[in-house]
Design a protein around this ligand. Structure first.
Ligand code: 9MR
Length: 372
């Protein structure tokens, strides 16, 4: 592996000095992006700075040869969008189906891409049998068995694993900010550290990440979530739990204000824990934008540029993955359709697989980033 976990973590602790010095948001700071070399892939632009660029992979989209070719040529890392979730892997309590996950691994390795697993534990995407079968008596054994079997299946092949996904929700009212998931109800808050220990035992070489959403904006709910995330990770590090990175999903809206001082400070504190930071699921929703396609694309591109420029000032940020590469295949088509019925355009390529202005914005942010 050209970027091992060790190399990923080197330099992380002292990484965010530039971020610490920032006093104000930089949104809109740069009106136009610098010229970029469009003969190089996004993966190449990123790699020149020691950053991994990639995207979410789905089995069906990759059966589209033009799309598969695009992903293979632009990306250096792929993450399973759905194939390694419980509802895909566990058709029955006593059965595992690795066909989708293996297909994505084969695709990644045959295109020289690293492979990242999402996700071992989440309260969503559970199989229909889950709620009738898993209870307080067997939950711990079921969880540990799942992690052991799945992580061992890919041992030595995974760049990183999202061990636990979206486990925090201060609105649930617990003092520790943890979300009241079935796992928490059945096992207790220690389920998180147990999961990390089990994953590490099954594949000591894989980078283990905690992945969280809605922690990017400068608003109060995001700040509460950041504080709970920081407390969780600080506590895990103190106890020697094998956690190596934080995944910041980065599903943004074109109108989200990002890059503020509280978020900058948070990145700094995460880096000081010795953790790597990965941007794991980036896309920019244009659902509420009005105006021409060109002006909407420009707003989306500007947000990519502002956000990535801000994030990449922090040297602990080692990877950028978008949640899909082209609007031909994006969860937002169904989840966040535009009220006017026109297609959403949240990614660096449009539905015809032509680069959008966001492509140039992402490349320019990589070109301007410091080496890591
Ligand atoms: O993009 C994914 C979509 O296809 C699935 O239907 C959905 C439920 O499994 O999950 C989506 O991916 C989510 C990811 O797993 C966790 N962060 C939020 C993503 C978007 O909802």
């Amino acid at each position: 592996m050209e970027l091992t976990r060790r190399k990923f973590l080197i330099g992380t602790a002292a990484a965010c000095a530039a971020v610490r010095a920032m006093a104000a948001p930089i949104a809109g700071e740069v009106a136009a992006f610098p010229h970029v070399d469009s003969s190089k892939s996004l993966g190449q632009h990123a790699a020149a700075k020691g950053i991994l660029f990639g995207t979410a992979l789905g089995v069906e989209p990759l059966k589209d040869p033009a799309y598969a070719n695009l992903v293979g040529s632009q990306c250096r890392i792929g993450v399973s969008e759905n194939a390694l979730k419980w509802n895909a892997l566990r058709p029955a309590p006593d059965r595992y189906d690795f066909s989708g996950g293996d297909y994505l691994y084969q695709f990644s390795s045959s295109h020289g891409m690293k492979y990242r697993g999402h996700t071992l534990l989440w309260e969503q995407a559970l199989p229909t049998w889950f709620h009738n079968t898993v209870n307080a008596r067997n939950a711990k054994a079921m969880m540990l068995d799942h992690i052991s079997v799945v992580v061992r299946h890919y041992a030595g092949k995974m760049h990183s694993w999202d061990v636990v996904n979206e486990a925090i929700d201060p609105d649930d009212g617990r003092p520790d900010g943890l979300k009241n998931t079935p796992w928490l109800q059945m096992i207790g808050p220690e389920y998180i550290e147990m999961a990390f220990h089990a994953a590490h035992e099954a594949d000591p070489k894989a980078m283990l990440t905690y992945n969280e959403n809605w922690i990017e904006p400068e608003n109060r709910p995001a700040e509460q979530k950041r504080q709970a995330t920081l407390a969780l990770l600080t506590n895990m590090k103190k106890k020697g739990v094998p956690v190596h990175g934080l995944g910041i999903q980065s599903h943004l809206f074109a109108e989200t204000i990002v890059g503020g001082p509280n978020f900058a400070h948070f990145l700094d504190e995460i880096a000081d824990l010795g953790l790597a930071i990965l941007i794991t699921e980036m896309d920019i929703r244009d659902q509420h934008l009005v105006g021409s396609v060109e002006s909407r694309d420009q707003a989306v591109a500007q947000k990519y540029y502002d956000y990535l420029s801000f994030m990449l000032r922090c040297k602990a940020v080692k990877a950028v993955l978008t949640w899909g590469l082209s609007s031909r295949y994006t969860w937002l088509t169904k989840f966040s359709p535009r009220p006017d019925g026109s297609p959403v355009r949240p990614l660096p390529y449009d539905a015809d697989l032509k680069p959008t202005p966001a492509w140039r914005a992402v490349a320019a942010a990589f070109d301007q980033a410091g080496e890591r």
